[in-house]
Design a binder for this molecule. Structure first.
Ligand SMILES: C[S@@+](CC[C@H](N)C(=O)[O-])C[C@H]1O[C@@H](n2cnc3c(N)ncnc32)[C@H](O)[C@@H]1O
Length: 314
């Protein structure tokens, strides 16, 4: 059975740069395939055992818990994407969040780069007029500020974290920008006065099917399931693993959402310093292929995809 609306969504193979592109030679592709087929080294199994015992941050647990062949693909894909953006000098800024120490991982916060925030604003310019209502559900990326700076006059940022809302509010005041904020848990019913005909909703959920469902349902609650609402979903498809990528089209179909566009590697997030070192050690120990350059062993950014969705009639 095929999901009806979602032909633009790639499967695992069409997502992986080293599988679907010619950035990697045939010989090197074979080397990566060989590494995937090998049983993971004993030290990796030991690491997985320790992670299960210690239960560090959710992202580390999730990554180390993945099937070995998926880890090999994710690491090689991210390495190539890092090399691409660095060679094209597409970044150079860090996060738009001024005080990194405020990042609250309890809420899965991981702010994107300023250039990513601005790229999202460019998308908004193509999708709506400056007076259209826009909703940002979860705004550690400070998209609300960038939208208001770009002249959008009816923007509302919602976040569960009072500190994010306080920062947004004080920045908006300082820059004299029209930005509404709301401290709210999107699992709850939104206050009536915040329910509107939002033309566009930005969401950047946790990278799991449950996270996606939670943020999509949040968007529907704020728009009362209105037909035609556009949803800009930032998501690392490969974090859903093979099984999740295959299920996503059916979930979107169930919500009557059409995929209008998919942009691979659209979002860039600086990797927190504490993770840098661990990634470097991990890659040096377990990913010794020719595709991993010395830069690849310690990639600096995490890249995720963007998917533009449209709500169809019920
Ligand atoms: C979900 S996080 C981004 C997750 C990121 N994509 C990841 O998986 O690492 C984006 C924003 O959503 C906010 N957020 C998290 N849970 C929320 C909830 N239940 N209601 C409203 N905002 C929430 C966070 O505070 C953060 O600012």
């Amino acid at each position: 059975m095929e999901a009806s609306y979602q032909s633009l969504l790639p499967n695992w193979e069409r997502n992986c740069l080293h599988i679907c592109s010619d950035l990697v030679s045939e010989k090197d592709k074979q080397e990566i395939e060989k590494l995937k087929k090998k049983s993971p080294p004993f030290s990796f199994k030991l690491l997985r055992f320790i992670v299960n015992l210690v239960r560090p941050e959710y992202t580390i647990q999730k990554f180390i818990g993945c099937p070995w062949e998926d880890i090999v693909d994710i690491v090689h894909d991210q390495t190539l994407r890092n090399e691409l953006i660095l060679s094209e000098s597409k970044i150079g800024d860090s996060t738009s969040f001024s005080v990194n120490s405020h990042i609250n991982r309890k809420h899965n916060q991981q702010p994107c780069t300023l250039s990513t925030a601005r790229k999202r604003v460019e998308q908004a310019k193509n999708l709506c007029s400056k007076s259209d209502p826009i909703l940002v559900l979860g705004d550690d990326d400070l998209i609300g500020i960038e939208l208001a700076k770009a002249g959008f006059t009816n923007v509302c940022s919602v976040d569960i974290d009072p500190l994010i809302c306080k920062n947004l509010k004080s920045l908006a005041k300082e820059l004299d920008l029209p930005l509404k904020t709301l401290i709210h848990d999107i699992r709850e019913t939104p206050p009536k006065e915040f329910i509107q005909d939002y033309r566009l909703v930005f969401i950047d959920p946790m990278y799991s099917l449950d996270g996606i469902k939670m943020f999509l349902e949040g968007a529907f609650a704020f728009t009362e399931n209105r037909e035609g609402t556009l949803i800009f979903l930032s998501l690392h498809l490969m974090s859903l693993l093979r099984s999740g990528i295959d299920k996503l089209p059916f979930i979107l179909d169930g919500y009557k959402l059409t995929v209008l566009n998919h942009i691979s590697g659209f979002n860039t997030y600086p990797i927190p310093y504490r993770l840098w070192f661990l990634i470097k050690l991990f890659n040096r120990r377990f990913m010794r292929t020719r595709t991993m350059s010395s830069a690849g062993y310690m990639f600096r950014f995490f890249l995720s995809d963007a998917i533009l969705l449209k709500k169809e009639s019920a």
